[in-house]
Design a protein around this ligand. Sequence first.
Ligand code: PNS
Length: 164
Amino acid sequence: MNKIAVYSGSFDPVTNGHMDIITRASQMYDELIVAILINKSKKSLFTIEDRVELLKKSTKHLPNVKVDNFSGLLVDYCKANKIYTVVRGLRMLSDFETELQMANMNYFLSQDKVDTVFLATLPKYSYISSSTVKEIATFGGSVKDFVPKVVEDALYDKLRNNNL
Ligand code: PNS
């Protein structure tokens, strides 16, 4: 049986922490779909098209990783694509509460079909988040240690064009 999992998130933008989870999860499943949520109510720096492109470029060396986007409930995306495993990374204790709530809610909403598998984020990535990366870049700091090179370039382009 083909083992398939989805790694869902906002990825605004993808960080080295996300890349660590994607790389490790891609070794555990035959196919890993990185699914980006289209969330019109949340202000994002990168458009959905930008985020798809940045993820595709960052994962092009991983042949079993596909990039997709979705709107609505994650369990509906899972149902439509016959996926029963969601992968999420846990950075620190503060992630645990929301992640546990989301995992249990998704399990319930999917009538006990969609389970969540947590990977422990490596300590060297545990303090990286898309929001801190955006803040550092906005105030002129270097983000080269935190994101793939294509993302670093895209961030500075975006911030220059937005006059931030
Ligand atoms: O990268 P993020 O912002 O932590 O990812 C959160 C995400 C996209 C995984 C989560 O918000 C989600 O799955 N949203 C889709 C809507 C949904 O299914 N909500 C119910 C979850 S309890």
